[in-house]
Design a protein around this ligand. Structure first.
Ligand code: DX5
Ligand code: ZN
Length: 218
């Protein structure tokens, strides 16, 4: 399990101290930093865009993993790349020409990711697997932190793992990842874990370290 990646979602952090909150999870052992970008259109919530990503980029040298819950995504890919994102994930449901969007992300020098919502079948990504570095299986309906893990996604995670085969693609899950769910998710085949509320609860660096240790042990 040495290859498991923990990516705290800053959605559950204190936005008034965003840079410090990113530095704190970095020091506490985060592997990646997960950035939830929401537009109030594809999802019923609004968060932040490229200027905020650029402003906090200096807070950590770790992999900035942008999860774009925006529709359309294409007009903003370059701005997120320039803001310092290392990986950019777009939703299959929000991207009309998914193959083109994924090529564009790689052309910008970023790792390309594709996300699917809980109700989207895994066949949505079948023909883009050679264009991606990451597949994100959403385990809640995107829009908010702190929701309950949707158990029907476990079966889908296993199917996506089989589809990936021996390609060098990370299989990420996002939503409701906590010590009481992560064991089953690992068993289903995921290797990259987004956690918001389960990491940021407690509100200080010692708590963040303990929370990430608890995820790794579970
Ligand atoms: C949901 C976001 C998630 C969210 C996860 O729309 O994509 O990254 O922050 O939050 P938790 O871990 O609290 O379910
Ligand atoms: Zn996310």
């Amino acid at each position: 399990a040495a290859d498991l990646v923990i990516a705290p979602s800053i959605l559950s952090s204190d936005f008034s101290r965003l840079g410090e909150e990113i530095a704190a999870v970095d020091r506490a052992g985060a592997d990646w930093i997960h950035l939830d970008v929401m537009d109030g259109h594809f999802v019923p919530n609004i968060t932040f865009g490229p200027p905020v990503v650029a402003a906090v980029r200096a807070a950590s040298k770790k992999f900035f993993d942008a999860h774009l819950m925006i529709e359309p995504a294409d007009p903003y890919l370059e701005a997120f790349a320039k803001a310092g994102c290392d990986g950019i994930t777009v939703h299959a449901e929000a991207t009309r020409h998914l193959d083109r969007s994924l090529q564009a992300i790689r052309a910008l020098g970023c790792k390309a990711g594709v996300a699917i919502n809980p109700a989207t079948p895994e066949t949505a990504i079948q023909y883009v697997l050679d264009r991606v570095d990451l597949v994100l299986v959403m385990t809640v309906n995107p829009g908010f932190g702190g929701q309950s893990f949707i158990r029907s996604t476990l079966d889908k995670i296993g199917r996506v793992r089989a589809m990936i085969g021996d390609r060098p693609i990370r299989l990420q899950v996002d939503g409701g990842v906590a010590p009481d769910t992560i064991g089953e998710i690992v068993a289903a085949g995921a290797d990259t874990f987004v956690a918001g509320s389960a990491v940021y609860k407690g509100g200080n660096e010692a708590a963040y370290r303990a929370n990430m240790d608890a995820l790794r042990k579970a």
